[in-house]
Write a protein that binds this ligand. Structure first.
Ligand code: VTB
Length: 314
């Protein structure tokens, strides 16, 4: 194990406790409240970190996010071990509010400077399994990418399973898929689990525009899984574009691979299930909370499902 991955326990505990906190509010219609308690729970754990932990992707800037804001430093500030983290204490918030599948608490960690500091805007994402590496690109047309996927996976185009978020911005993408005989799997929310399902081949592709920060978290996992990921920032308006320029300069129009979004293999990704979907959600049983997580190591490429029980007092 290398340095960052050796410290995974504390980060696992952070997503586990965030998931439990959010799960207590599952289905109550208030995603913001669930996000808040998940963030508080995650932060409390991260403060115990032996490493000098810095948030590079978090809940927002210091002014608009009271905690886990970008630039927040926690843990042992004197430690030589400097770890950057990208967090989403409650990914797929709306699904937690409605008790629908795939809400997760997620975190990616890597050595200082290894995670792209993605601006809080959108990202066009294309993600799949290792068979697609070198064969697809966001610079190609949708039809070229679907034909290449069909060839690489030896499946009829019309049999391809492609996850797309159900959004107006994807009208054209969906129409193009339909014209090729593909009926995409439209999801309400949650393109992190969508990307991971594609990387592990339970579906063939994730295609479309979601949030950029979660793109970096997904890319860290996909890199460790040996899958294919490309992302390109997408700006809804000029304000977002200008903000991105202050952070990334002339790189804002880059197409980023997973290796560029997470440049170190001394990394790990952890997701704890809030609502059952890609992984099981939290189960409450009397005074116990049972939480399941998937952890993926960048150095060994090992992936584990870990289930832990916590006693929860009321
Ligand atoms: C959400 C969420 C996704 O992107 O939809 C968000 O469900 C942004 O899209 O999982 P909208 O603003 O259109 O809702 C993700 O958070 C992650 O990329």
């Amino acid at each position: 194990m290398s340095k960052v991955t050796e410290n995974y326990h504390i980060y696992l505990k952070a997503t586990e406790l965030a998931a439990i906190a959010a799960a207590k509010l599952r289905g109550n219609g208030d995603g913001k409240a669930a996000d808040k308690v998940a963030t508080e729970a995650m932060r409390k754990v991260l403060q115990e970190s032996n490493a000098h932990t810095r948030v590079v992707i978090g809940e927002g800037e210091r002014d608009d996010a009271p905690m886990l804001y970008i630039g927040e430093e926690m843990g042992n500030l004197d430690s030589d071990l400097k770890i950057d983290i990208a967090v989403d204490p409650l990914e797929c918030t709306n699904h937690c509010a409605k008790n629908l599948p795939d809400a997760l608490a997620v975190l990616a960690a890597a050595p200082r400077g290894a995670l792209l500091h993605a601006p809080d805007t959108y990202m066009e994402k294309l993600c799949g399994s290792k068979e697609l590496i070198g064969k697809l690109s966001l610079s190609n047309s949708v039809s070229e990418n679907l034909k290449a996927t069909s060839k690489a996976l030896q499946k009829e185009i019309s049999d391809l399973k492609i996850i797309v978020m159900d959004r107006d911005r994807h009208k054209e993408l969906i129409n193009e898929m339909n014209s090729l005989g593909v009926k995409p799997i439209l999801i309400g929310d949650g393109d992190v689990s969508g990307g991971l399902k594609a990387a592990e081949s339970s579906v063939d592709l994730l295609y479309g525009i979601g949030a950029a920060p979660e793109g970096v978290i997904t890319a860290t996992a996909v890199k460790a899984m040996g899958g294919f990921f490309e992302g390109k920032l997408y700006f809804m308006d000029q304000t977002f574009k200008e903000r991105a320029i202050t952070m990334l300069g002339d790189k804002i129009n880059n197409t980023w691979s997973d290796d560029e979004l997470c440049s170190s293999s001394d990394s790990f990704f952890v997701a704890s299930g809030v609502c059952t979907g890609w992984i099981p959600g939290v189960i409450f049983d009397g005074d116990k909370a049972i939480v399941t997580s998937k952890i993926i190591f960048g150095d060994t490429k090992e992936s584990k499902i870990i289930t832990n029980e916590y006693l929860i007092g009321e």
